[in-house]
Design a protein around this ligand. Structure first.
Ligand SMILES: C=C(O[C@H]1C=CC=C(C(=O)O)[C@@H]1O)C(=O)O
Ligand SMILES: [Mg+2]
Length: 472
């Protein structure tokens, strides 16, 4: 039987037999039908769909993947971020009866209103429950259909019959074909860095000169590289090309209209919470990967013993220890940092966890953790103020919390190693922790390495033929 028939039959059965048993408090909640199906590659499936809004999330272990089409519930806004309000709104449509329903999305890096057109369309926060989802849990693949009802069947038959017809109609438009998709990406024709190398050096000197007066220990400064291509980029296909090269990374893609998306391959968890168990971590301090096993080990040893990187990392750990002690009991933090090996870079890595105090919620956790000194600085307030002064672009969702919110569990990544797609342009972001002793040339090389897994994909034209607009 093909996918459409299998799923349509289950949806009809649900409406016929199960709906009637739902308690009245389920009105307005997101309801869900899940059907196990044969294996599908979620990113390719998502790329084939006609929908304007597409959502993709894959956890770091690759144990859970969600590819979503359309929306049945959206929480978004331009107003300054009010965490209790946002989490309150999210919780309203989630229920214990359908624990697999999740909102996917993110909250902008800073509280200020967006002024650049691309970030304006994302808003200050935006979470959606997709209409249809492909889910991969371990080795099993599922198709899910989400919907809401304004009344239950015993209260008004016509309404749910109309809803059933709408779902079946939308389902018929889902493309389950295995038709091949292009593997070639558009050609890159230009690149513009803001700040450019000269401006970067000046920014770092300016920042370091203010450390004493502002009592700063660390500031994370970033760069936006605008890459221009011959054709529009297809977000899911770009992510599909990146994914096999990026172990131990979250993969995400939030496409909000046919030509605008935010994608990323972040190694960093902001936090996850399952019931009371809260997990977070410090990732800061960087070396490139070596070209051979012995060079790689040497670089790792160098990172492990570098006083500059240890300091850069410890500022994050100390901050997390303080926050966790405030929010949790039974706090445990790795005694020693480990080395996290990614594709092009390696980092110092410390895992932290605790049991959330019973009166606290995500609205208390998120603003305490975000932005950690791995993407903001330390102390937070003067670091953020100086970032705003020095960075010649808007961070938008770069380095922001992105992830999902379920009924009683949550996971947010830090949206680094990320980029915004606007038609034929890709805005890539990368930052580096600046502490006393930072050398601007080394930090420039570090941010270049942090986006290398993207830039290496676009190697069709020799670098000298890609127009560098940065010095113009
Ligand atoms: C801010 C970024 O990386 C952070 C995470 C890991 C290592 C970092 C560093 O060594 O500077 C940064 O703190 C980024 O990739 O844009
Ligand atoms: Mg660094």
């Amino acid at each position: 039987m093909d996918h459409y028939l299998t799923i349509a039959a289950q949806v009809q059965n649900f409406f016929k037999y199960d709906l009637i048993a739902l308690p009245p408090e389920m009105v307005g909640k997101v309801l869900r039908i899940e059907v196990q199906i044969s294996t599908l590659e979620p990113l390719s499936w998502l790329a084939r769909q006609k929908s304007d809004v597409k959502t993709y999330w894959c956890d770091r272990q690759g144990n859970f993947t969600m590819a979503g089409v359309g929306t049945v519930a959206t929480i978004d806004g331009d107003r300054p971020i009010d965490y209790p309000d946002i989490f309150g709104q999210l919780r309203q449509s989630l229920s214990l009866l359908f624990p697999h329903v999740r909102y996917y999305g993110g909250i902008g890096f800073s509280q200020s209103k967006s002024i650049s057109p691309i970030w304006e369309s994302f808003g200050n926060y935006r979470f959606v429950v997709p209409r249809f989802e492909i889910l991969v849990r371990g080795l099993e693949t599922f198709f899910a259909c989400n919907f809401t009802l304004n009344s239950l069947p015993n209260l008004g038959h016509e309404i749910w019959e109309t809803e059933l017809a709408t779902i079946l109609d939308e389902l018929a438009r889902i493309d389950f074909s295995q038709q091949e998709l292009p593997t070639e990406l558009p050609l890159q024709i230009a690149r513009l860095d803001r700040p450019n190398r000269v401006e970067w050096q000046r920014n770092i000197e300016l920042a370091l000169a203010k450390f004493n007066a502002l009592n700063l220990d660390k500031i994370v400064l970033a760069r936006r590289s605008t890459l221009t291509f011959t054709h529009n980029l297809q977000p899911q296909l770009l992510l599909r090309s990146l994914k096999p090269h990026n172990p131990h990374s979250y993969h995400f893609c939030f496409q909000i209209d046919p030509t605008t998306a935010f994608i990323g391959t972040s190694p960093e968890r902001l936090y996850s919470r399952a019931d009371r168990l809260l997990k977070t971590e410090a990732i800061a301090g960087t070396r490139q990967r070596g070209t051979s096993a012995s060079i790689d080990r040497e670089l790792g040893d160098n990172l492990r013993t570098s006083l500059k990187d240890i300091h850069e990392h410890e500022l994050v750990v100390t901050n997390l220890r303080g926050v966790l002690t405030e929010l949790c009991h039974s706090v445990t933090i790795d005694d020693e940092s480990a080395i996290l090996k990614l594709n092009k870079v390696q980092h110092l890595y410390t895992q932290c966890q605790g049991l959330l105090k019973s009166h606290l919620t995500d609205a208390d956790i998120l603003p305490k953790l975000h932005p950690t000194p791995a993407v903001g600085g330390f102390p937070r307030t003067p670091a953020l103020k100086l970032i705003q002064e020095l960075e010649p672009f808007e961070r938008g969702w770069y380095a922001a919390p992105v992830g999902w919110v379920g009924y009683d569990d949550v996971e947010f990544a830090v949206a680094i190693r990320s980029g915004a797609i606007d038609r034929d342009r890709l805005f890539l972001f990368a930052g580096a922790g600046i502490v006393r002793g930072s050398q601007s040339a080394e930090e420039w090389a570090e941010i270049e390495n942090k986006i290398r897994h993207y830039t290496d994909l676009f190697t069709d034209l020799p670098p000298q033929q890609i127009i560098d607009l940065s010095l113009a």
